[in-house]
Ligand binder design. Structure first.
Ligand SMILES: [Zn+2]
Length: 1166
């Protein structure tokens, strides 16, 4: 039975609701124009866009003849250009029979258009020009965006615009990309956020499309199409034809070119998009009706967590853009100061956080307001009391009525924020604006200020909105891993999440309707942190801003750097403080204490500093492996005051029972949750573990958790700062005297003894040996379907100027082809990417990361295969292509800093690395200018190419899903990697009774057969024998016959060993699947047949294997190898060392020295 949803035929107006502003007018104040070059018509808005006075960008709002609205933005300093297109259609418009279609359509638009048919044309163009792209599908928006070097914008726009004009939806892409959507869904299955969202959707009104499943998976797309005997591609074409219409598209283009030029391109390239004259669908009704409200939903989470969420049904309040009633209510209900709900709950040890505001899950016609409480264990028992407290506060708000002074404070802060706005990242700006422009009631002049400005006070409207927060109009969601005495009687279809639904207990409802008086609850007082002095010290922007801060003081106890802002000229500042103390991380137990200390510290700070955050000040107190880090940023006027409060709180720290109870459980919960991280997180953590000198894993901490007591924590904190070293940076609208004064605040408040240089514990990298090392580990969360692989190839030294630039360049070149091959073509998994890592004081690595349902042995082989083949691409790279990459890197290096925070972060990074290389960018640019394409190949051959590199250092981390077969250590030693990989592929497709031995024999027999057929002797076939042009037709025919025979044998083997429970029909399907030319089984088999015999491989010719042809390093590796065997590692037939205990292997590695500064550190004041 097909579900249909009722549509609204027109937008609500003041007749429906007296508070509604008029629908935005996009006709008046638009004048007809023609583009300068091609004389094409468009219209331009000539009214005031109300841009912030500190905004240096220039804006032009235009309308194309096809009805599309676009904002073109000129920014003379932007090194990247970008664009975002928001199409006002999303998952709400999915046909109920094909849930996820809008999302699927989003994936497919990237896969070729009539004008640019090549599947990866768009992404390879962008990557060759230093760009990237992405998209997201929301309830009623699908937004596509990209960035690219400023000089390549036109080409990118041309490719991009074709998405909306004539996409191909090539049949084979359509089939393959369903797998990417399916993999994306599988990545989300164990995510509590996604599970909860789907439960909320499922338990909303069936008459509203909000109740559909938005992401889609194989079953809701391909599966459903097969069931309906419908071509999924045809549905896709229908969807695109219906909804991808110019009248519901909003485009934003940002570039360095003039407004006229940007207008020219926009009009020329986007005017051909058809307008189908159909505005987007608006649905009648609300997802939360009487039937859904008044319920309590209990659900079981994957992770250890306890959340209470109250969701109120609201009418659409987005049209009230001037007043922003959601912000007013959210700011009061989510307040953390004295008298707030959170303060009340924390005092009782029931909660650690409250968040309140308009829900992000809203669309035109409806809103929801959510109050989310993070409960503690004891809060879980008192969740009803927590609800009573929230309602008591709501009653207080109703009784006191809307607070004019509070709204005026919000207005004042928002005005200051807008007036002294910092530059937004261009892509974010484009995405946000494109989305904002979809709001039907927002007039042109309010588009730019919309994200920040609050204005006005309208008591009647606020009262009306407040009125919806009542007991008749909400439902409760309670989510936890454990719930005592709760029987979950339902299971959600797509995620398998267990839950139950009941009416809210009558007694609780009665209480909520009665008068609730809580003496402790009170409205907040006036905010002390709103800046008074907004004067800017520097009067003129420096032509060439200083590239480094000045070192004011340098002693054993204090290192102080300072720079007065000469770049942005805003009344803003940033202060960074690191308090180094070696005890903070010297054992797993101390690491826990430090973590606990910082959590409780933040809890104490919340009450005093919430106002600071409301007033536009930001701070972060965090624990690091060297101690404690404090960062504060915002309007400079009150920053020193905030700094003093933070430090005094550190110094006077005293833990009470409730806090200790709450947060020690919190830390234990975090440690327990660590195992539920996604496989790709696990492999990366494991990689970090084997590259960072000191690092405690969650298991190390769990082992000592029993020793954590309140008394010990207090002693730890009391003595933590006895000896410490402060590293500090003061940047922004400050004078030198103010910087010295800030340092005085730190030194006098902390009152510590200096820390001798040799007692410091800077981060150190581990140095790996030549050869190939593989770590195998089982995925600790046994329900996760995915496995993951992280391959690190070590490539040179971080300190080497040339090598580090080559590494950056190489990454630019390799990323897109890697993604295109392993994700798009082979569909190994949604998360597939290449990245780089530079270890301070140590090596650099090129990393290939894949999260996949395929077995890690296979994925590793595919990565190795990609690496082997990539040399040819480097060899074939033309000078022109190389120049594009080099230019991309240059543009990236030259990227201008956007705000004080970015500038501070950059200085801070150079201070933290220990190199103090403030002029790194200049160095890198100089090196880059001298590089040629041969240098990249040389670099590749030196470190990466398995055939040519003197010695490869390779570290492969693998995590195996508990759902798949993982070879034992003995099997790793006995069977070649490719046999294990092939075996895993067979198993994945259903050959349940197949053993590794079967596969080994099968491959050997096939090799003999192929060799005989080719007329050569068995075993001597070499890897890539290029066919010559003289190849005769007979040879081709023989080959085809051989191939057919090989396939025949594969199918036989599969049938012999297939899962006995497979139905005849499923067996036929499985055989068809493995018979496909690019099936995992056939790909693995092809690699197995190409591979040299095991004996030869062990001598070092396998890509994954350690090979050493010209370096004494190999001797060392062999010597160390002997020891490794005694530590439980095994030598695989491919020549790698495989180990299961990471800590033992780690103990054999040497530590790098601390980095040496590239400059003498001479302070201005002794
Ligand atoms: Zn997606």
């Amino acid at each position: 039975m097909t579900r249909t949803f009722e549509l609204l035929d027109s937008l609500p107006t003041q007749k429906d609701n007296k508070f509604l502003p008029p629908v935005a007018d996009f006709e008046t104040d638009f004048v007809a124009c023609t583009t300068i070059e091609s004389k094409q018509p468009y219209s331009e808005f000539i009214g005031d866009l109300n841009k912030s006075e500190s905004d240096v960008r220039e804006y032009r709002l235009i309308r194309l003849p096809n009805g599309m609205t676009a904002m073109v933005i000129h920014d003379a300093t932007e090194s990247k250009a970008c664009a975002a297109m928001d199409v006002n259609v999303g998952s709400l418009a999915d046909p109920p029979l094909y849930q996820g279609l809008a999302h699927f359509c989003e994936h497919l638009l990237f896969m070729g258009t009539s004008k640019y048919p090549k599947e990866n044309e768009y992404s390879s163009y962008l990557s060759a020009h230093g760009g990237s792209s992405n998209a997201y599908t929301d309830l009623e928006d699908t937004c596509y965006y990209f960035d690219v070097t400023y000089d390549a914008l036109e080409g990118a726009l041309d490719r991009f615009s074709q998405f909306f004009i004539d996409p191909l939806f090539a049949p084979d892409c359509t089939d393959r990309e369903v797998k990417a959507v399916d993999s994306e869904h599988k990545k989300n299955i164990q995510s509590d956020m996604w599970r909860q969202y789907q439960i909320e959707k499922e338990l909303s009104s069936p008459n509203h499309p909000f109740s559909l499943f938005a992401t889609g998976n194989y079953d809701t797309l391909s599966g459903s199409a097969k069931e309906q005997s419908v071509d999924l591609r045809a549905e896709l074409l229908k969807f695109h034809a219906k909804y991808y219409s110019a009248d519901i598209m909003k485009l934003v283009v940002v570039g360095r070119d003039s407004l006229d030029q940007l207008t020219e391109w926009t009009v020329a390239k986007f005017s051909p998009i058809l307008s189908k004259g159909m505005t987007k669908p608006m649905f009648k009704g609300h997802p939360l009706t009487e039937k859904e409200l008044g319920r309590i939903i209990r659900l079981k989470t994957v992770r250890q967590q306890r959340t209470l969420e109250l969701t109120f049904s609201l009418p659409d309040i987005k049209p009230f853009y001037v007043l922003k009633p959601g912000r007013y209510l959210g700011s009061l209900l989510g307040h953390e100061g004295k008298g707030s709900v959170l303060s009340y709950l924390k005092k009782r040890g029931w909660a650690t956080g409250v968040i309140a505001g308009r829900a992000t899950t809203s669309a035109e016609g409806f809103d929801m307001f959510k109050i989310t409480v993070h409960l503690t264990e004891s809060g879980m028992e008192h969740y009803e009391d927590a609800i009573r407290a929230v309602f008591a506060y709501i009653q207080l708000l109703l009784a006191k009525g809307p607070q004019r002074w509070y709204q005026e404070e919000l207005c004042r802060v928002s005005e200051i924020e807008y007036r002294f706005m910092e530059k937004l990242n261009a892509v974010n700006l484009a995405m946000n604006l494109a989305n904002t422009m979809q709001q039907k009631y927002l007039p042109p002049g309010k588009i730019l200020p919309d994200s920040l400005l609050v204005a006005d006070f309208n008591e009647e409207l606020l009262e009306w909105v407040q009125g919806f927060l009542n007991p008749q109009n909400f439902r409760i969601l309670l989510a936890a891993h454990e719930m005592i005495d709760v029987e979950f009687d339902k299971e959600e279809k797509y995620y398998g999440c267990k839950y139950r639904v009941d009416a809210i207990p009558a007694e609780l409802m009665r209480d909520l309707r009665a008068e609730l008086v809580f003496e402790e609850l009170n409205l907040p007082g006036p905010n002390q942190f709103i800046p008074d002095n907004l004067a800017v010290k520097a009067t003129e922007k420096a032509e060439e801003p200083a590239k480094e801060p000045e070192l004011l003081r340098m002693t054993e106890g204090l290192e102080l750097w300072f720079k007065q802002d000469d770049r942005f000229l805003l009344p803003r500042g940033n202060i960074q403080v690191k308090i180094e103390t070696p005890r903070a991380y010297d054992s797993p137990l101390n690491a826990i204490f430090n973590q606990l200390f910082v959590l409780i510290l933040n809890d104490i700070l919340a009450e005093v500093t919430y106002d600071a955050q409301v007033a536009g000040l930001w701070f972060n107190v965090s624990e690091t492996i060297s101690g404690l880090s404090l960062q504060i940023d915002g309007f400079n006027d009150k920053l020193p005051q905030l700094l003093r409060i933070l430090l005094e709180t550190v110094k006077s720290f005293a833990v009470d029972d409730t806090q200790f109870e709450t947060y020690s459980r919190e830390v234990r919960k975090k440690l327990e949750n660590a195992k539920h991280a996604e496989p790709y997180n696990h492999v990366q953590t494991n990689t970090q573990y084997l590259n960072q000198g000191t690092m405690w894993r969650y298991t190390d901490k769990q082992a000592v958790f029993g020793l954590v007591t309140k008394e010990r924590l207090q002693v730890f904190v009391d003595t933590l700062f006895e000896q410490a070293r402060v590293q500090m940076l003061v940047l922004g609208n400050f004078s030198e005297a103010e910087a010295l004064a800030a340092a005085d605040i730190v030194m006098t408040t902390m009152d510590t003894l200096p820390l001798p240089e040799y007692a410091r514990r800077p981060a150190r990298a581990l140095l790996h040996n030549f050869g190939s090392y593989v770590h195998h580990e089982a995925m600790p969360d046994e329900a996760n379907l995915n496995s993951s692989v992280d391959v690190s190839v070590y490539v040179g030294q971080t300190e080497d100027h040339e090598e580090r630039v080559l590494m950056d360049l190489l990454l630019l070149i390799v990323q897109e082809p890697f993604f295109d091959q392993l994700r798009t073509k082979e569909q190994l998994g949604y998360l597939t990417y290449c990245t780089g890592r530079k270890y301070s004081g140590g090596p650099m690595s090129l990393r290939c990361i894949v999260q996949s349902e395929s077995n890690p042995a296979y994925v590793t082989q595919r990565i190795a295969h990609f690496i082997r083949g990539f040399r040819l691409r480097l060899l074939e790279m033309t000078q022109e292509q190389f120049d594009k990459y080099a230019n991309s890197l240059k543009v990236r290096l030259e990227e201008k800093l956007k705000n004080i925070f970015e500038e501070a972060s950059q200085f801070w990074k150079h201070m933290g690395s220990g190199y103090y290389e403030f002029d790194k960018i200049d160095f890198d640019l100089a090196v880059l200018a001298g590089l040629r394409k041969e240098d990249v190949l040389r670099f590749w051959d030196m470190y990466v190419d398995p055939e040519r590199a003197c010695s490869v250092k390779l570290l492969t981390m693998t995590i195996w899903s508990a759902k798949i077969f993982r070879p034992s250590v003995a099997e790793l030693a006995m069977y070649p990697e490719i046999v294990i990989a092939l075996h895993g592929c067979f198993l994945r497709d259903g050959a349940k009774r197949l053993t590794l031995e079967d596969v080994q024999e099968f491959v050997a027999a096939l090799k003999d057969f192929k060799a005989a057929a080719a007329g050569t002797e068995a075993g001597t076939a070499t890897e890539t024998t290029t066919e010559t042009a003289t190849e005769t037709a007979t040879e081709t025919a023989t080959e085809a016959a051989t191939e057919a025979e090989v396939l025949q044998r594969v199918v036989e083997l599969f049938k012999r060993t297939a899962d006995e429970s497979l139905s005849e029909e499923d067996l036929v399907k499985a055989v068809a699947k493995i018979s496909e030319p690019a099936s995992y089984v056939r790909t693995a088999l092809a690699m197995a047949l190409e591979s040299p015999p095991a004996a030869a491989a062990a001598a070092g010719s396998s890509a994954a294997g350690g090979s050493a042809k010209c370096n004494g390093g190999n001797g060392a590796a062999v010597a160390i190898g002997g020891d490794l065997a005694n530590l439980g590692a095994v030598r695989t037939p491919g020549g790698s060392w495989a180990f299961e205990e990471a800590s033992k292997y780690k103990s054999t590695l040497c530590l790098s020295g601390a980095p040496i500064p590239v400059r003498p550190l001479k302070p201005k004041y002794e």
